[in-house]
Write a protein that binds this ligand. Structure first.
Ligand code: SAM
Ligand code: SF4
Length: 513
C-alpha cells in the first residue's frame, strides 16, 4: 500500500554541510506563498489584537459565550476573539471554557485518545538552535544516524513488545539524513512486520515525520512512500526572537523558509500537516495568536488547516541553560490555558501533548480537549533496543529530557480509570480521509463516528496482543461501553462493526473503517 507508483523526482545532492546550508532553500518556493511580499504573521495586527483585548472588560460573559458558540459551531476564531479568551480571569468563566473545550473534542473526535511513539532516527544537525541538545557544535552530544537494520530493531521493540502502531519519526537536519534517508526509513518502518508476545503479526501502520522544512519536490517523494502527518514546529513566530535563537548562516535561520513549510507540503499533496510552537521562547500570548494566524492562512490558501497542533514546552537539554533562564517560561496553569484556548480557536484540529510534560500536567490536558499522546517514549537514538527499560534516559544521547516516563500500559490503564478508550487507529489516511476531505468530516462531526469505531477495533487488538490480565480486566468495561454506544448510536454501522470485532477476537488483524 505504501509502495511508490510514480517516478520520484530527482533530488539535489550536496557536497558537504556547508554546501547544503548554502543551496538547500528555494527562494521561489517561499515567495509564491507570500503574495505581494506580505507575511501572514503580522506582528502589528497580533499586537493590536492583544492590546484591544487587554483594554476591553476581561470577563464579559455575553461576549465570551458568543465566542464559545462560534467554537462549538467548529469555526476557526479570529485573533481578536482568541485574545478575548486569553484575557479571561473569572474562575467560573474559565471553567466554562474548559468544559466547552472538552465537549468540542468529544463532538469532533469522540471519547478516545490516540497513542503514538517518537522514533528518533538521527541527531546529526547542521543548525545551531540555542535550546536544542542536537545543535551543531554541542560536543556533549553523541552523534549517530540509525542504519536500516537498526530501524528494524527499534520497530521490533515498539511494535512487537510495546504494541505501538503509529510513529512520529524525528530527524535532525543534515545532508546525510536528507529526503532519501527519510524516505528509506519510512519504507523500512512500514515493511518490518514482527510477532507480538502472543504470536500476532504486528507492525507500524502510520509514520508521521517531524523534520526540517523541505522543498516541494522532496515532499512529493515523502508522499509516495506513505508519510502520515508532516510536522514542523515553528519554535517562535516572533521574528526578532527567531533571529536571535537561530543564527544567520544556518538553514534554520531563514524564518520565511520555515513559516512556509506547510504551504509547500500542501502543494505537494502532503495534506496532513502538524504545527507547534516551542512554548518558553517568547511571550505565549503572541505565539498562540500567531499560530491561529498560521492556521487561518493555510485555510485561506488551501482550504485545509492543521491536522494537528502540538504543544512542546522548553525542557532541559544538554549544553544549554536557556530552558531554565528564558524569561518566557510558562507554568502549568498557563500551559493548560494555552491548550484550552487552542481547542476553542481551531476546534477541528487534533491536539498533541507529549511526554515532555509532567504526568499531572498531561492528565489535566486530557480533560481540556487533547486528542493524542505518546507513552513508553524513549528519545535516545536507538534507545528502544539498547535499554532494557523504556524509562531509561541518557541526556547525552537525546535532544532533551522527558518528564512523563509512564509506560504505554500504565497510560492505558490510567485513561481507562477515567473512562477514556485508547485508540491505535490509523485508518484515516489509509482510507483517503486526509486534507480537505477530513476537514469537512471533522467540521460536520462525521469523523467522530469513525474515531469511535476504529478505537473499539484497535483497542480490542491491543488488549488481546499485549495487555496483562490485570490491565485487560480493567479495560474491558470501557471497551464494552464504547461498543454498546456504537450499537445504540450507529445502528447502521453496528452489524459490520460487530462482525469485524468478532473476527479480531478470533485472531484477524488490521480491520478498519
Ligand atoms: N530538526 C528538525 C527541526 O528542527 O525542525 C526536526 C525536529 S527537532 C529534532 C524536534 C523539535 O524538538 C524541534 O522542532 C523543537 O520544537 C523541539 N525541541 C528542541 N529542543 C527542545 C527542548 N530543549 N525542549 C523541548 N523541545 C525541544
Ligand atoms: Fe537541529 Fe532541529 Fe535541534 Fe535545531 S531543533 S538543533 S534543527 S535538531
Amino acid at each position: 500500500m505504501h509502495t511508490q507508483t510514480a517516478a520520484a523526482p530527482a533530488l539535489r545532492r550536496f557536497a558537504d554541510a556547508a554546501d547544503y546550508r548554502k543551496r538547500f532553500i528555494v527562494r521561489e518556493q517561499i515567495d509564491r506563498y507570500l503574495p505581494g511580499g506580505r507575511h501572514f504573521i503580522d506582528e502589528g495586527e497580533i499586537g493590536a489584537a492583544l492590546a484591544g483585548a487587554a483594554c476591553a472588560p476581561a470577563n464579559d460573559p455575553a461576549r465570551i459565550r458568543a465566542i464559545l458558540a462560534k467554537s462549538r459551531a467548529i469555526e476557526t476564531l479570529l485573533p481578536e476573539e482568541a485574545a478575548a479568551l486569553i484575557e479571561v480571569t473569572d474562575r467560573d468563566l474559565l471553567e466554562e471554557m474548559a468544559e466547552t473545550a472538552l465537549a468540542i473534542k468529544r463532538a469532533v473526535y469522540d471519547n478516545r485518545i490516540v497513542m503514538f511513539a517518537p522514533l528518533y532516527m538521527s541527531n546529526l544537525c547542521v543548525n545551531r538552535c540555542a535550546y536544542c541538545g542536537f545543535r551543531c557544535g554541542n560536543e556533549a552530544q553523541k552523534r549517530r544516524m540509525l542504519t536500516m537494520e537498526e530501524v528494524r530493531e527499534e520497530i521490533g521493540v515498539l511494535a512487537g513488545k510495546i504494541g505501538h502502531k503509529r510513529l512520529i519519526a524525528v530527524y535532525g537536519e543534515h545532508p546525510d539524513t536528507s529526503t532519501e534517508y527519510i524516505a528509506e526509513t519510512i519504507r523500512t518502518a512500514y515493511a518490518h512486520l514482527v510477532r507480538s508476545p502472543r504470536g500476532a503479526e504486528v507492525g507500524i501502520r502510520r509514520v508521521n515525520v517531524n523534520a526540517a522544512p523541505l522543498p516541494v519536490e522532496d515532499l512529493r517523494v515523502l508522499k509516495t512512500v506513505g508519510i502520515g502527518t508532516f510536522q514542523v514546529f515553528q519554535e517562535t513566530y516572533h521574528r526578532e526572537t527567531y533571529r536571535r535563537l537561530h543564527p544567520a548562516g544556518t538553514v534554520k535561520g531563514d524564518y520565511d523558509w520555515r513559516t512556509t513549510a506547510f504551504h509547500r507540503a500542501l502543494e505537494a499533496g502532503v495534506d496532513d500537516v502538524g504545527m507547534g510552537v516551542l512554548y518558553g521562547l517568547y511571550d505565549w500570548k503572541f505565539e498562540l495568536l500567531a499560530s491561529i494566524c498560521h492556521a487561518r492562512d493555510l485555510e485561506r490558501q488551501f482550504g485545509i488547516g492543521p491536522h494537528t497542533i502540538s504543544f512542546p514546552r522548553l525542557e532541559p537539554a544538554s549544553g544549554t541553560d536557556l530552558p531554565t533562564t528564558s524569561p518566557y517560561l510558562i507554568d502549568d496553569e498557563t500551559f493548560r490555558r494555552i491548550v484550552i484556548v487552542t481547542r476553542l480557536s481551531v476546534p477541528y484540529t487534533g491536539m498533541i501533548v507529549t511526554c515532555r510534560e509532567r504526568p499531572e500536567s498531561r492528565d489535566a490536558c486530557v480533560r481540556c480537549g487533547i486528542t493524542q499522546m505518546d507513552a513508553s517514549s524513549n528519545i535516545a537514538i536507538k534507545g528502544y533496543s539498547d535499554f532494557a527499560s523504556e524509562q531509561h534516559q541518557e541526556k547525552d544521547r537525546q535532544q532533551f529530557v522527558l518528564s512523563d516516563t509512564r509506560t504505554l500500559e500504565q497510560m492505558i490503564a490510567h485513561l481507562a480509570r477515567e473512562g477514556i478508550i485508547t485508540s491505535f487507529c490509523t485508518a484515516g489516511y489509509r482510507c483517503g480521509r486526509t486534507g480537505g476531505c477530513i476537514m469537512d468530516a471533522l467540521k460536520t462531526g462525521q469523523e467522530g463516528k469513525f474515531c469511535k469505531i476504529n478505537a473499539v477495533l484497535t483497542f480490542r487488538e491491543w488488549l488481546d496482543d499485549f495487555a496483562t490480565p490485570e490491565t485487560r480486566a480493567l479495560c474491558e468495561p470501557v471497551l464494552n461501553a464504547e461498543l454498546e454506544q456504537v450499537r445504540a448510536t450507529l445502528p447502521k454501522f453496528y452489524p459490520t462493526v460487530k462482525e469485524h470485532y468478532d473476527r479480531i477476537c478470533a485472531g484477524e488483524r488490521d480491520l478498519f473503517f
